[in-house]
Design a protein around this ligand. Structure first.
Ligand code: PAF
Length: 284
């Protein structure tokens, strides 16, 4: 069945209130649209964990820097509605920017420590925008469960901290990255890539896998693991933004992965003008 489309804050409040009155559990999947199989996996898992699933489709201006891709971010609202229907989504919240940020809007949420490195260091203000919109979507929907992809691994940690520190009591579920058959992590931004840039972009997942293989063979020092990723980036002529080995929860850089420690190797690199990110687990 086609989902109902909610356009205003008032409509969301009454939709959510009706379900809460009936004691139904709500799962929320916040997105910026241009949905792919990664998003759909979150929606399907939401259906398993709750009675109703809602999705938001909103290209949130406050999480884009001045020279980023806000105005050309890919959009396909009609296609997205069909994809939501196929994944069992009941309601889609798709507000205009002025609905979320009316004149006089002035409240922002900042998560400090885990927002600092990686993408936070390269995209000033990005996680402030993400934390703000996610906190407000949680306030509107009051979901029991919310699902996010591990592809945006730092974002997931920021949202977990936000949820904990503001006592929002949402069950935050991180879901594994969904990949194309050749290993490329699914991302709406893959739409920007030419065939040649897409081919070179495979170096991100290839590099991460090389680091995982090196780790499995007993090399636990971060510089060697980082170099395994860099080698692939160089071979594909990709410009590195960062490659780091970090503690999987606190997101602090590690010099060595300690025995039993859950760590993550994370990469950001440019294929042409498109900035791509990916990450994979090590140890744990
Ligand atoms: O991951 C995204 O698409 C966005 O950052 C999110 C979580 C929907 C907030 O705008």
């Amino acid at each position: 069945m086609a989902p109902i489309v909610l356009r205003t804050v008032a409509e969301v409040k009454s939709w959510a209130a009706a379900h809460h009155r009936e004691g139904r559990r709500i799962a929320l999947v916040p997105t910026m649209g241009y949905l792919h199989e990664g998003h759909l996996s979150l929606m399907r898992e939401g259906r398993r964990r709750a009675d109703v699933v809602a999705t938001s489709i909103f290209v949130n201006p406050t999480q884009f820097g001045p020279n980023e891709d806000l105005s050309r971010y890919p959009r396909d609202f009609d296609g997205d509605l069909g994809r939501c229907a196929s994944a069992g989504v009941e309601a889609v919240f798709a507000p205009e920017p002025g609905e979320m940020y009316p004149p006089g809007y002035q409240t922002y949420v900042e998560v400090t420590d885990v927002s600092q490195g990686l993408c936070g260091a390269r995209r000033p203000g990005h996680f402030r925008g993400v934390a703000t919109i996610v906190a407000r979507l949680f306030t509107l929907f009051r979901p029991q469960v919310a699902l996010f992809g591990e592809k945006d691994y730092q974002q997931l940690q920021v949202i977990k901290a936000l949820n904990r520190d503001l006592y929002l009591d949402v069950d935050i579920v991180g879901m594994p990255t969904v990949r194309e058959a050749d290993g490329l992590a699914m991302s709406s931004r893959n739409a920007y890539l030419s065939a040649e840039q897409r081919q070179r972009a495979l170096a991100l997942s290839r590099g991460l896998r090389a680091a995982q293989a090196l780790y499995a063979s007993g090399t636990h020092e971060a510089p060697a693991l980082v170099e395994a990723v860099r080698r692939e980036l160089r071979a594909a002529d990709l410009r590195e933004d960062y490659v780091e080995v970090m503690d999987a929860e606190r997101l602090v850089p590690l010099s060595t992965v300690a025995p039993g420690q859950a760590a993550r190797v994370l990469v950001a690199a440019f294929s042409g003008a498109t900035r791509l990110i990916d990450n994979m687990p090590l140890g744990g």
